[in-house]
Write a protein that binds this ligand. Structure first.
Ligand SMILES: [Zn+2]
Length: 232
């Protein structure tokens, strides 16, 4: 019988620490995974940047295509390239917090979960110039301490509706376009990556993006900001 209690206790501890839903439900209220409202509105978000090799090209594409986007920023990368954060702001996009080190939440101690979030976010806000509103945990996974910190820091948790496996080099330009075509529906929040993943992978995303934007627009979709698609 003893093994049963030990196992049950172990499962409860793992659930309480690692269960993203537990953290968010207890502390942060709802998680945004898609937009609200009628019409064929969709949103483009980019994770893991900024990256001096890719983010400037991405900003050019978004300017040419007149698409508003959101960038979920890795604090460590922002400190290395604060000018890119300012360029994102000047282009009229939004940003959110994507943690300081981009470590998986289950591998972070409680103290580091809270402390890197509090200090790192404050530093990014100093560069950005105003309080952040959004938080996207890496891989969509968090622990209860991050959930609690998100609530304390007044961050809304935003995940995504559709991804394009663009972090994998093998997906390629055609694969990214095909995946977006088949997965995008009204109110979809798309996640792509302007940094990280396989070496060179963001290059494929940048090759695919202009064509993907044109194809989705031709299907009647309208690109709106994160603020608009979430109804706030
Ligand atoms: Zn990420």
């Amino acid at each position: 019988m003893m093994w049963f209690y030990v196992m049950s206790f172990g499962i409860m501890v793992i659930w309480a620490y690692a269960g993203w839903d537990a953290g968010v439900r207890l502390f942060s209220g709802k998680t945004v995974r898609r937009g609200t409202g009628s019409g064929q509105r969709i949103h483009l978000s980019f994770d893991d940047g900024p990256d001096p090799r890719y983010t400037p090209i991405l900003l050019d594409i978004l300017r040419q295509k007149q698409v508003p986007a959101s960038f979920f920023i890795v604090g460590r990368r922002a400190e290395e390239a604060p000018d890119l954060i300012k360029a994102i702001r000047e282009a009229g996009h939004e940003i959110g917090w994507h943690t300081y080190f981009h470590k998986h939440a289950y591998l972070l101690s409680p103290w580091r979960s809270i402390e890197t979030m509090r200090r790192g976010k404050a530093e990014l806000e100093r560069i950005w110039g105003e309080p952040l509103r959004w938080f996207r945990p890496p891989w969509g996974a968090s622990n209860v301490f991050q959930g609690w910190a998100a609530k304390r820091l007044r961050l809304q948790v935003v995940l995504w509706t559709a991804n394009a496996r663009d972090w994998s080099f093998s997906t390629g330009k055609a694969g990214i376009i095909r995946r977006l075509q088949s997965r995008v529906k009204p109110n979809t929040i798309i996640v792509l990556h302007d940094a990280g993943g396989d070496p060179g992978a963001p290059g494929h995303m940048l090759e695919a993006l202009p064509e993907a934007i044109d194809i989705l627009r031709a299907s009647g979709y309208e690109f709106v900001s994160l603020r608009e698609i979430t109804g706030g």
